[in-house]
Each structure stands twice: as C-alpha cells, then as structure tokens.
Design a protein around this ligand. Structure first.
Ligand code: HEC
Length: 126
C-alpha cells in the first residue's frame, strides 16, 4: 500500500495533491522533484508553499513581487544565500525562512532565473 501511494504521489506531481487513504501512515512526504526540473517546477515544489503559487505570498512568507526583492536590493547572491542558509526575519513578520532542503545548485540557478523572469513580466508591487 505504501509503495502504491508513493507511486501515486510521483504520478500526480503536477497536481500536487493525492488521496492516500486516511489510515495511511505516510505524513506529507517531500514533494518529489526531478533533477532536471525547470525553474517553474522548482519554484512550485520548493518555494510556493510560503511565497505563493503566484509569487504573491501566503501567511507563511512574503510576496516575491514586493519591491524589496528587486535585483538592486536583493541580488541573486541574496537568493542563493536565503535558499542555502535560510534568512532571519528582518523585513516582515512571517518568522525566519528555513534553509530549503533537497535542492541542487543547478535547481537554485534555475529557480532564480524563473523568479527574475516573473518579476520582470508581472512587475513589482510598490
Ligand atoms: C517555509 C517557508 C519558506 C519557504 C519554503 C521559502 N521561503 Fe523564502 N522566505 C520566507 C520568509 C518567512 C521570508 C522573510 C524573511 C524576512 O523577514 O525578511 C523569506 C525570505 C526570502 C528571501 C529574502 C531573503 C533576504 O535576504 O531578505 C528570498 C530571496 C527568498 N525568501 C527566496 C525563496 C526561494 C527562492 C524559495 C524556494 C527555493 C524560498 N524562499 C522558500 C519563507 C520561506
């Protein structure tokens, strides 16, 4: 049953949710992520739970479209650092950002490119 359930999760990656019988003991396994996942997929799997599927934030983390995240204020290096090391609460009241687990250097570079492209396309909130 457990193996079937894990397979169902892998198969439903794009949906993100799967029904695994309530008595199934598997508790929220990490969202599977292919090594060659593109930036959008990395974002959805590793960032969206806090920063929002649409980048506009949740009650767990700030919008990535806030003007404080424009490249001149938070350059790519601060993205790398936040992802690898986490970030102490300092701009908002959401608490600390924990280091992002289970992400490769290549995935980090791709997710930064994705976020920058979204910021460019959607514009920053003022
Ligand atoms: C568990 C929730 C959570 C996850 C997952 C998360 N973040 Fe964050 N992130 C936060 C919070 C909360 C802050 C705000 C910290 C503060 O007060 O400035 C933050 C801040 C940031 C910052 C600013 C860091 C700084 O130096 O000010 C960046 C950049 C960032 N997140 C990018 C990402 C990216 C990219 C991902 C996915 C790879 C991600 N975050 C995943 C919660 C999260």
């Amino acid at each position: 049953m457990r193996i079937i359930c894990v397979a169902a999760i892998a198969a439903s990656l794009s949906i993100g949710l799967t029904a695994c019988g309530q008595d199934d003991p598997i508790a929220a396994p990490p969202v599977p992520l292919a090594a060659d996942a593109d930036g959008a997929a990395v974002y959805q799997a590793r960032c969206a739970s806090c920063h929002g599927e649409d980048l506009r934030g949740t009650d767990m983390g700030p919008s990535q479209l806030s003007i404080v995240y424009e490249p001149g204020h938070h350059g790519d290096e601060s993205y790398r650092s936040a992802i690898r090391n986490g970030a102490r609460q300092h701009h908002w009241g959401f608490g600390n950002m924990p280091p992002v687990a289970d992400i490769t250097d290549d995935q980090i570079e791709r997710v930064i490119v994705y976020i920058r492209a979204q910021q460019e396309a959607l514009g920053f909130d003022r």
